[in-house]
Design a protein. Structure first.
Length: 410
């Protein structure tokens, strides 16, 4: 069975921080911009070096499967507005719709990048900003693997040492990568650290298998407090919300509340488990690719929806309102499903060829009312309007093989 690759790597005991004093500009590619001037009379101060624009101007961030190149494309113009070079092919994680964390597991490096587009909710309205893409800073460690955001922190777990560095999210806008806490989970393992209510829930290492099944609570200083109730055998996959988070386990989904109580949500079908979660951050719905299709879970109510497919699902997604579930099949077909009933709504061929297990795994990313699917074979990213029967709205030719993809500023 194909197990989706999580955004995980292994960490080292010694951590080096680069570029902490000021943001370093990425390589800029000349391009015309549709950005408007800074809005007058705004009730929210703009970040230094940024321009406030009339509405969201999202940017697509694409990692090259064969090099350390990461390209930033303005989706309002289809033009590149900058690029980064992180040395080796990297896995991308989007942080709060604003930043990108690029993980080079082989080289043991974690780069924090600012693609330069974001939107802030401000009461009954919002503010959107753009700026030049910039490198913020980096961490180094042995096998960095899992990036988790929560409680205005970003936790980087290093599988190689069983340690986690916790970065203060608010320092990123200042062009700094500041490690607030380092946590020791006792032994190397494929682990996770989740910031919750000024404390941390951390997987416990030291078992015979490197896949953990036990969680521990650590305080703000990273010190062990106690073991949590509720086991999570073969822990692999997480989604974090404002008052709780969920973990994918072999026997169901473990829900951990912000008071550190736990509850198990069994899978609707025995043996059809989740290995990773996709969600949009605002809603309560998560989706998971499985060998039999897509699972969707309402993490508040515990209600499951199963969308069955003939082919195995490579990647899944869910719309911001939770009403539509997405899947990309091994045969190259993009499908949409009703988020309540699981009924199929559309089917669109998007990949040029059936997925080859020896090549990069195509990526599915949701950005506002569009979904972006990478096709490593043809060096393209396909944009899909999922509200219009899965219609392909445009195809972006890249000139390199896309692997991991992220969307910011949507």
């Amino acid at each position: 069975m194909y197990v989706p690759k999580l955004i995980m790597t292994v960490g080292v005991f010694t951590v080096a921080i680069a570029g902490c004093s000021s943001a370093e500009s990425a390589t800029e590619v000349p391009a015309e911009s549709t950005a408007g001037a800074a809005r007058t009379g705004s009730d929210l101060a703009a970040e230094a070096g940024s321009t406030e624009v009339e509405g969201p101007e999202p940017r697509l961030v694409i990692a090259d499967a064969d090099s350390g190149r990461i390209e930033v494309i303005d989706l309002t113009t289809d033009e590149s507005v900058g690029s980064f070079d992180v040395g080796n092919p990297a896995q991308l994680t989007t942080v709060n719709g604003r930043y990108i964390v690029a993980v080079d597991g082989e080289g043991g490096r974690v780069d924090f990048l600012d693609p330069g587009s974001w939107t802030i909710e401000h009461g009954d309205h919002s503010h959107s900003y753009i700026k030049n893409p910039a490198t913020i800073g980096s961490l180094e460690g042995e096998d960095p693997n899992y990036i988790v955001t929560g409680d205005r922190k970003v936790a980087v777990f290093y599988d190689g040492t069983g340690t986690a560095d916790v970065v203060d999210f608010d320092t990123l806008s200042k062009g700094e990568v500041t490690v607030a806490t380092t946590i020791d989970a006792l032994a190397p393992h494929r682990g996770i650290a989740v910031p919750v209510s000024d404390q941390y829930v951390v997987s416990r290492g030291g078992d015979e298998d490197d896949v953990p099944n036990t969680l521990e609570l650590h305080n703000e200083a990273g010190e062990l407090v106690r073991t949590l109730d509720g086991a999570c055998p073969e822990m692999h996959g997480a989604a974090v919300f404002s008052r709780y988070f969920v973990l994918a386990c072999d026997d169901g989904v473990l829900k951990v509340e912000d008071d550190f109580t736990t509850a198990k949500l069994p899978y609707p079908t025995v043996g059809n488990r989740a290995w990773s979660f996709d969600h949009q951050g605002k809603g309560a719905i998560v989706s998971a690719a499985t060998a039999e299709g897509v699972l969707a879970l309402d993490t508040r109510s515990g209600r499951w929806v199963e969308a069955k497919t003939a082919d195995e699902t490579l990647a899944s997604g869910v719309s911001g309102d939770g009403k539509t579930i997405f899947s990309l099949q091994t045969d190259g077909t993009f499908r949409t499903f009703d988020g309540v009933t699981g009924a199929e709504l559309s089917s669109t061929p998007v990949l040029s060829a059936r997925y080859d297990e020896d090549g990069p795994v195509p990526s599915v990313q949701v950005g506002g009312n569009r979904v972006y699917v990478s096709d490593p074979v043809t060096d393209t990213v396909v944009e899909i309007d999922y509200r219009d029967a899965g219609r392909i709205s445009r195809t972006l030719d890249l000139g390199f093989s896309p692997a991991s993809v992220g969307v910011v500023g949507a």
